[in-house]
Write a protein that binds this ligand. Structure first.
Ligand code: ZN
Length: 171
């Protein structure tokens, strides 16, 4: 559900005279005007020495149990590159030493019935070593899968499915 459907009253003046479309919420009484934009998120493409792609398995909903790429939301005032370095350290205990922008992919991420509109900024990443690898945080396990053997129907989030399919096509 779009978050604006949760608004029943103006949060500034309490009026019921409210209007909204996909982009913003407006109060007809006090002119309170609140925009909803796409949230920034990051995803990392990491290839091991055998040419296999690192995929994670999601520990939590949405799409619990499906394959995913490491990454997550960008914090307020955080650079996308820093967010990916932070997320990959948190989820996998890996240190990124090189990042190259791959592309951006829009997504809708539903959490507790609220839809969050994201743009997933995707980077190809090189890591210092895989020796430190752990499955932490919201990752239940980590799999390295040769590109030709990846079953993209096992990927739960639609943008991640598109990212991995695009990456396989370009490789
Ligand atoms: Zn108002």
């Amino acid at each position: 559900m779009h978050v604006l459907n949760k608004f029943k009253y103006c949060p500034q003046c309490g009026s019921k005279s409210i209007f909204f479309d996909k982009k913003h919420f407006v109060c007809g009484n006090c002119n309170f005007d609140f925009y909803i934009n796409s949230s920034g998120a990051v995803a990392g493409l990491i290839i091991d020495e055998n040419g296999s792609l690192l995929l994670t398995r999601r520990k939590f909903d949405p799409c619990k149990g499906t394959l995913d790429l490491p990454g997550g939301f960008i914090d307020i005032n955080e650079k996308a590159e820093d967010a990916l370095v932070r997320e990959i350290k948190e989820e996998l205990n890996l240190e990124i030493i090189e990042l190259n922008f791959f592309g951006s992919f829009p997504n809708t991420y539903t959490f507790k019935e609220i839809d969050y509109y994201t743009v997933d900024l995707t980077f190809e990443c090189k890591v210092k070593t895989f020796a430190t690898l752990q499955a932490n945080d919201d990752v239940s396990e980590v799999e390295f899968i040769p590109l030709k053997k990846i079953d993209t129907t096992e990927i739960g989030l639609s943008s991640i499915k598109t990212i991995v399919s695009t990456y396989i096509e370009k490789s």
